[in-house]
Design a binder for this molecule. Structure first.
Ligand SMILES: CC(C)(COP(=O)(O)OP(=O)(O)OC[C@H]1O[C@@H](n2cnc3c(N)ncnc32)[C@H](O)[C@@H]1OP(=O)(O)O)[C@@H](O)C(=O)NCCC(=O)NCCS
Length: 183
């Protein structure tokens, strides 16, 4: 692990490496790998793809079918040696609506498949938590599926305390573990 930095996404020097990560099956969340057509569309203009991800004018459809407004988030890439894309982490920047209080929380992250299990997610979450203004966010909520052992460890190693494990209509397949991190 060398020279790791969080940069606002997308970071030009790591774009090529980001496209390689997509081809490996990386996605910014827990969704299935993108199809070739979607990867080509993203690759044709990575900046436009990131602009569309934070475009608040488009609502989103939740897993229970509810259509809700998007809320603002800041997205960062973890980049090694200034050119190698490692993963992505997002911070939601407004008050959390009900669905995110049950599933999603303030922070979401993903590491490219080829480098999982090497400590990168633990480091990436730590770097983001250092950036967050304690006055604005004294308590951070992070959720993960019950059974996502790696994610639970990442949160716990960064000071996360398990608050509860809930059933939620927003995640029909898994119970949701809700952690608080006090900054
Ligand atoms: C969850 C995820 C971010 C973890 O990233 P990572 O870089 O592999 O995590 P780390 O290397 O920092 O590992 C953290 C801990 O989990 C353990 N771990 C990693 N992968 C594991 C796995 N598949 N099964 C069990 N434990 C695992 C590590 O050994 C480490 O524990 P240790 O410190 O006791 O050895 C990554 O697997 C991922 O991107 N998954 C898909 C998206 C996702 O689930 N995001 C989280 C949404 S809440």
């Amino acid at each position: 692990m060398n020279n790791l930095q969080l940069h606002k996404a997308p970071y030009l020097s790591a774009e090529l490496s980001f496209l390689e990560a997509l081809a490996e099956g990386f996605t910014p969340g827990e969704e299935s790998p993108f199809s070739l057509a979607v990867m080509q569309a993203i690759g044709s203009d990575v900046k436009a793809y990131y602009e569309s991800r934070i475009d608040l004018s488009k609502p989103i459809t939740l897993r229970n079918g509810e259509v809700v407004p998007k809320i603002g988030q800041k997205e960062f890439w973890l980049v090694e040696n200034d050119d190698t894309f490692i993963g992505q982490i997002s911070l939601r920047v407004s008050e959390l609506p009900d669905h995110l209080l049950e599933m999603g929380g303030h922070i979401g992250y993903s590491i490219r498949p080829a480098v999982r299990g090497k400590g990168y997610a633990t480091k990436m979450l730590g770097l983001l938590l250092q950036k967050i203004d304690k006055q604005e966010y004294p308590n951070i909520l992070i959720t993960c599926n019950e059974g996502n052992i790696a994610s639970a460890k990442v949160i716990e190693k960064n000071g996360g305390i398990l608050q509860d494990i809930i059933d939620t209509e927003y995640s029909p397949k898994h119970k949701m573990c809700r952690y608080h991190v006090k900054l």
